[in-house]
Ligand binder design. Structure first.
Ligand code: URP
Ligand code: ZN
Ligand code: ZN
Length: 467
């Protein structure tokens, strides 16, 4: 047999093209794309389906330490299974440095958790929470050379926040090492001020999480981070942009010629702060940061997506169980929104939501969908041209989509570790029906048929966007 697997009769979509062709796969790679491919040991009939690069989700949190008594709902097995079910072939979680710990040791510990557990490929960003002279001078440069070519820093959260001086120091290392720095742009002091004021007024329900971090706080921090990056002359990525105010800061920077990139997520095109108003503690299911805004903000995010302000669309999957003492309903959560863990599950629903709200509703083309869901992630984070497109020589990371299939998102059909989905009852048109990771069929019709441990831990090259 000439090929191990052929995908026949489908329509291939890349970030630039859409055309009818067959694909022949040898081992883990795409060997041929032609009008007709025959002579394969196994064939998949993709008639009527779109053949797209497997999604790359470049912003997910898995098995990440959360502080006393709180646990993330996904380990690497459940997160990668859930990702594969949602049409993804690679995820990029964060290896978190806890304060007082060595960054290198944190990475090694985290890697051990992932090894032999993943159904699809995984590659880590770093989170720098304690930029000591040893971290800045030795650990971080050495880790970038080892293929950890991107790291996230936070402008908020008690355990993670860096002050302006520390941000500048980290940006300076990113510039020297040609690494890509990702920034969570919300202001620490302003949120603290708002939180304490709301609590004094007895406004403690989950909804007030959104009130405590309005768009102006995100806008100020986004502007400050952009200014720091301009001062240091380093490219940067603004993650999880929630609405017009921050989007316009990014667009302003881009129009001035700065290398400022941006990411947004499904919650900012589909949810609003009103979702946090649920009866009793139901609103806790939607608590994430930045919080979802309003329908005008959703329009602004679409403007940014269609005009090229955003390069990537990620899930920011940060799953907690709702009805659990180590999750959203932990014992302190009822006393104030400040104790409701921040984050929502979304690794499996990211792509159906973008496809349905974007492609099926005519807001973006299928090519733009591929760019936002896979190609730009690979380019942004140094996985291209191994991953992120369909072409000869690329890893055979492919998702088959039925563009007409209607589904209702429900917890019972998902594979993540959370006990709920924020999109319960959300109707979509377009659904991934099979996922092929490095030539191996890992998901078919919603069933995970791949093997735990098949997914590799990948190191990466420098970002094409970081120099
Ligand atoms: O609420 C969120 N987004 N939790 C995950 C951590 C982060 O800031 O990305
Ligand atoms: Zn963040
Ligand atoms: Zn995140």
């Amino acid at each position: 047999m000439t090929y191990d697997l052929a995908i026949r009769g489908g329509t291939i979509v890349t970030a630039t093209d859409m055309y009818r062709a067959d694909i022949g796969i040898s081992g883990e790679r795409i060997a041929i794309i032609a009008e007709e491919v025959s002579g394969a040991a196994r064939e998949i009939d993709a008639t009527g389906l779109l053949v797209m690069p497997g999604g790359i989700d470049s912003h997910v949190h898995v098995s990440q330490p959360q502080g006393l008594g709180i646990t993330l709902a996904d380990d690497f097995a459940s997160a990668t299974a859930s990702a594969a079910a949602g049409g993804n072939t690679c995820i990029m979680p964060f290896a978190l440095q806890q304060r007082g710990h060595s960054l290198r040791q944190s990475v090694e510990d985290y890697k051990r958790l992932a090894e032999s557990e993943c159904y699809i490929d995984t590659s880590f960003h770093l989170i720098v929470s304690d930029p000591t002279p040893a971290v800045l001078g030795q650990e971080l440069p050495a880790l970038v050379k080892d293929g950890y070519t991107s790291f996230k820093v936070f402008m908020t959260y008690d355990d993670l926040v860096l002050n302006d001086r520390q941000l500048l120091e980290v940006f300076d290392v990113a510039r020297a090492e040609k690494a890509l720095v990702m920034v969570h742009c919300e202001g620490y002091d302003t949120i603290k001020f708002m939180t304490e004021r709301l609590e004094r007024a007895g406004k403690t329900e989950p909804y007030y999480h959104a009130v405590s971090r309005p768009e102006v706080i995100e806008r100020e921090a986004t502007h400050r981070a952009i200014s720091h990056a301009e001062l240091i002359d380093v490219p940067m990525m603004v993650v999880h942009v929630s609405g017009r105010e921050a989007m316009e800061q990014v667009r302003w920077a881009q129009q001035r010629g700065l290398k400022v990139y941006a990411e947004t997520c499904p919650q900012y095109i589909t949810l609003t702060a009103e979702d946090l108003q649920g009866l009793n503690m139901e609103g806790a299911k939607y608590v994430c940061s930045p919080p979802p805004r309003d329908t005008e903000s959703q329009k602004a995010i679409w403007e940014g997506l269609t005009q090229g302000v955003f390069q990537t669309f990620s899930s920011d999957h940060c799953p907690f169980r709702y009805d659990a003492t180590d999750g959203k309903l932990n014992p302190k959560a009822r006393t104030s929104f400040r104790w409701v863990p921040n984050g929502i599950p979304g690794i499996e629903t990211r792509l159906p939501i973008l496809f349905s709200e974007g492609v099926s509703k005519g807001r973006i083309t299928a090519q733009k969908f591929v760019e936002l869901s896979a190609t730009n992630h690979a380019k942004m984070y140094g996985l291209y041209p191994k991953k992120g497109s369909i072409g000869v020589g690329f890893d055979a990371d492919i998702a088959l989509w039925d563009p007409n299939r209607k589904e209702t998102i429900r917890q019972e059909i998902l594979h993540h570790g959370s006990d709920y989905t924020p999109w319960e009852g959300f109707e979509v048109t377009g659904w991934p029906v099979a996922t092929i990771a490095r030539g191996k069929l890992v998901m078919q019709d919603g069933d995970i048929i791949g093997d735990k441990g098949f997914g590799q831990i990948l190191s990466r090259s420098a970002s094409q966007y970081a120099s």
